[in-house]
Design a protein around this ligand. Structure first.
Ligand code: SF4
Length: 231
């Protein structure tokens, strides 16, 4: 496990409180509560926008309304249905491979057994599927099972690096695993969603809007940027 940044629990609490003060505490809203469908959805979400992920999912659900129908699809049919989300060939392979394995191991299309496992064990199971990384597994475990998993996407990684909560060299998976144990109880979902919102609206990849950021008082990069701007 990565070495934690000093004072991390208190800093995460402070960041979470400041974000909630600006954005409120968002409700966890899984697109699909069924874990297998959520797995499909999170595979579709890789390297694309939410809008295109949703379009791909809607087309897939329209064409293959049940999980057995989806599992029986030919790769080319599935690729065609989800093409709008990009990486269609790789995603179709991941989805069909995951469904075939779940069916073979569990005798049906259910991941409900994950709810009985510990978070590390459930994550290890999910990340053993090709195409399923820590981020995808954590999204599923947080949104489908309410586990205290902390998904880190590119927005969350960028913001937490700028805040000095993770090292500048951290990867998505390393950041997720190093932050997760120190996020407050019940805060994993709201903090994850609010950091994404901040990353999209304020702490953008280029030209972050530090002067109007609710985290300016606790952000080393924000302090540097604003001094730079006024001098
Ligand atoms: Fe990002 Fe600036 Fe806010 Fe820091 S102060 S989190 S760099 S927008």
């Amino acid at each position: 496990m990565a070495v934690a940044v000093r004072g991390l629990p208190a800093r995460l609490r402070e960041v979470s409180g400041l974000l909630a003060g600006r954005f409120g505490r968002p409700e966890l809203c899984a697109h699909e509560t069924d874990p297998v469908r959520n797995l499909v959805l999170t595979i579709l979400s890789q390297n694309t926008t939410d809008a295109n992920r949703d379009r791909a999912y809607d087309r897939l659900a329209e064409r293959f309304p049940t999980l057995p129908a989806l599992a029986a699809a030919r790769p080319s049919e599935l690729e065609e249905a989800i093409r709008v989300g990009g990486l269609a060939k790789a995603k179709a392979k991941s989805i069909l491979g995951a469904l075939a394995r779940i069916r073979e191991e569990r005798g049906g299309y259910s991941l409900d057994f994950l709810g009985e496992m510990s978070l590390p064990a459930a994550r290890e199971y999910l990340t053993s599927f090709p195409g399923v990384g820590v981020k995808t597994a954590n999204i599923l475990l947080l949104f489908s099972f309410g586990m205290p998993a902390f998904p880190v996407d590119t927005h969350v990684l960028r913001v937490t690096k700028r805040l000095g909560l993770v090292p500048g060299t951290s990867t998505l998976a390393k950041a997720a695993l190093s932050l997760e144990p120190y996020v407050g109880t019940g805060d994993h979902g709201p903090l994850h969603l609010n950091l994404i919102r901040l990353g999209r609206e304020v702490c953008r990849p280029r030209a972050p809007r530090c002067a109007e950021c609710p985290l300016l008082t606790v952000c080393p990069e924000g302090a540097r940027n604003t001094k730079c701007c006024v001098s």
